[in-house]
Design a protein around this ligand. Sequence first.
Ligand code: NAD
Length: 292
Amino acid sequence: AADQPADTAEPLPEIRNLVVIGGGVMGAEIAQLAAAKDFHVTVQEIDAAAADAARKRIEGLVKQWAKYQHADEQMLTKIRQQLHVTCDDTALSKADLVIEAVVERESVKRQVFRDVERLIGDDTLLVSNTSSLRVQRMAEVTSHPDRVAGLHFFNPVSRMELVEVVHTHDTDPRVLQRLLQFARSLGKTPVVTADSPGFIVNRVLFPYLGEAVQMTIEGYDAEFIDRPMRSFGMPMGPLELLDHVGIDIAAHVADSLSGVLPDAQAVAERLKEMSEAGELGKKSGQGFYLYK
Ligand code: NAD
């Protein structure tokens, strides 16, 4: 009842069927968590090879989850039955919620929003997990921007409690209510934020991460920076965290903040150079550290 808007007694339509577009680092984690929480989940990938990679990624996460939860075979079978990976778009017509988690490129995301909107029902919510793009830019290619919002999960999804629910000028308050309810049903703590660069967390976090990158530009060693920050009480060092997030993703976030924060441009350039050299962090085996 606390999740209902004050001005109406009408219950919010339930979310049962979820489609996650893109089964990469984030899409796979979101899908696995939602399936474990009993949602019916379809991950839609771009082609058969990407779908195979997503299946493997998800299977790894399911096994990790099973170990952590002491899950028995029956629970494992159930979660596997709740979760499908495909490269066709047939699940969209039954989706209550579509979460877009494809590459962080505005043109790609806008195309996904155009394509998806044609295939979903009137009550379906359409959200982006973007970390650095304006959600409004995706909403404006649709004919129902009122049902578009951001749902920004953090990496790793299974361990990070916070989810930012991002509203644009057009997002319907009932859409936000449904998303808040959905995030809570995943066991997360949602917070509503405006569609502004970095939302809340990255706007506050990036000056800290950026300073660490700035120190590497000045010639300091990654461990020289990370070790004291861990001893200070951070669960990971800032450069270790950037490797975990993905240097390409971090470059986009830094870039989106360059109009807001004074040093973000130099940091964005450094991160861009690293990603162009294939140093994407943990996922490519090298970033600020080597993972081979
Ligand atoms: P990723 O590169 O690991 O995964 C992207 C996936 O999308 C790939 O598997 C790719 O095959 C797929 N894809 C690309 N185009 C597609 C299309 N048209 N249809 C279907 N699938 C398509 O990226 P990621 O790190 O998972 O990031 C995804 C999104 O999540 C980005 O918007 C990013 O900003 C956001 N995000 C990332 C993090 C992080 O820490 N990595 C944290 C929060 C949010």
